[in-house]
Ligand binder design. Structure first.
Ligand SMILES: Cc1cc2nc3c(=O)[nH]c(=O)nc-3n(C[C@H](O)[C@H](O)[C@H](O)COP(=O)(O)OP(=O)(O)OC[C@H]3O[C@@H](n4cnc5c(N)ncnc54)[C@H](O)[C@@H]3O)c2cc1C
Ligand code: FES
Length: 245
């Protein structure tokens, strides 16, 4: 579907672990959203002027939610919205992707949001999930209820998600793999997957976005086939295609 621009009222803004789960009333955008899609969300007014990109988290016929981590000024202001406030929403955006019924999801921190949204189309698999602290691990019960084996690790306990992958590397063989996390995490993962695993791996790429529609070129990412736009050719790319330098 062509993306549409809507002014949507906030139904709820509540804490989920260290994040904000913000739910908006919507009967149009989420109804047409597919795996890989995301939305641009902005406050009414001009501060900040540009909207910010967010994955869908979940939704239904009358509303959808995002999970927000405060990073800078835009997300700080968005984290403070209250019930009844109105948000500028553009979507669904991005290139859609057909996920496997079963596969491997690897998330670091807020990277849990897009993979949770992806799990909507899946029947199970394994989730490898790393966070800073135990109390930052969220949605693990929901993943288990969806049929996933959930393997978690925290920096608090002295481990990284890459340690988990090394331990359970056999579980990755022959499966499609989806990674969402920081560039550092993705680079480390690329370093430990074998050639066959990399062939079947995909990554959620995050770049700053100005428009979400392919017009401003601010989201260009270096690939082995030249620059590509995350907003129209991503955000999901084959891991082997992206240059992380
Ligand atoms: C397709 C996509 C989906 C996303 N989904 C989510 C989500 O579900 N939940 C969520 O909390 N965040 C998500 N993000 C990241 C979110 O858009 C940024 O954190 C946000 O735009 C930062 O805005 P800000 O005004 O708070 O920070 P700014 O003041 O603009 O920047 C603060 C710092 O964050 C860095 N930064 C800004 N944008 C990005 C980015 N896109 N990637 C990496 N670093 C960045 C800046 O370089 C700066 O160091 C997503 C990004 C993309 C591209
Ligand atoms: S965000 Fe403007 S081209 Fe991608």
């Amino acid at each position: 579907m062509e993306p549409t621009f809507r002014i949507l009222p906030v139904l709820e803004n509540k804490k989920l672990g260290p994040y904000n789960k913000i739910t908006m009333k919507d009967v149009q955008i989420y109804a047409h959203a597919e795996c890989g899609n995301f939305v641009m969300i902005g406050l009414q007014g001009f501060d900040p002027y540009l909207s910010r990109p967010f994955s869908f988290l979940e939704g239904n016929r009358t509303s959808f939610s995002i999970l927000l981590k405060v990073k800078g000024r835009g997300t700080e202001l968005l984290s403070k919205v209250k019930k009844g406030d109105k948000l500028k929403v553009l979507g669904p955006l991005g290139k859609i992707f057909c996920p496997p019924k079963e596969g491997i999801l690897i998330a670091g921190g807020i990277g849990i949001a897009p993979v949770y949204y992806q799990s909507r189309w899946m029947k199970g698999g394994v989730l490898f999930y790393g966070a800073k602290r135990k109390k930052d691990l969220i949605l693990t019960r929901e993943f288990k209820d969806k049929g996933f084996t959930v393997r978690t690790i925290t920096e608090e306990d002295g481990g990284l998600v890459t340690d988990l992958l090394k331990e359970y590397t056999d579980e990755l063989d022959g499966k499609q793999i989806f990674v969402c996390g920081t560039k550092g995490m993705i680079k480390s993962i690329k370093g430990i997957l074998n050639k066959e695993q990399i062939e079947k791996a995909y990554v959620y790429v995050e770049e700053r976005m100005g428009c979400g529609l392919g017009g401003c070129k601010s989201c260009a990412v270096k690939t082995f086939e030249g620059y590509k736009l995350v907003c129209t050719e991503g955000p999901i790319f084959p891991l082997k295609e992206v240059k992380f330098d």
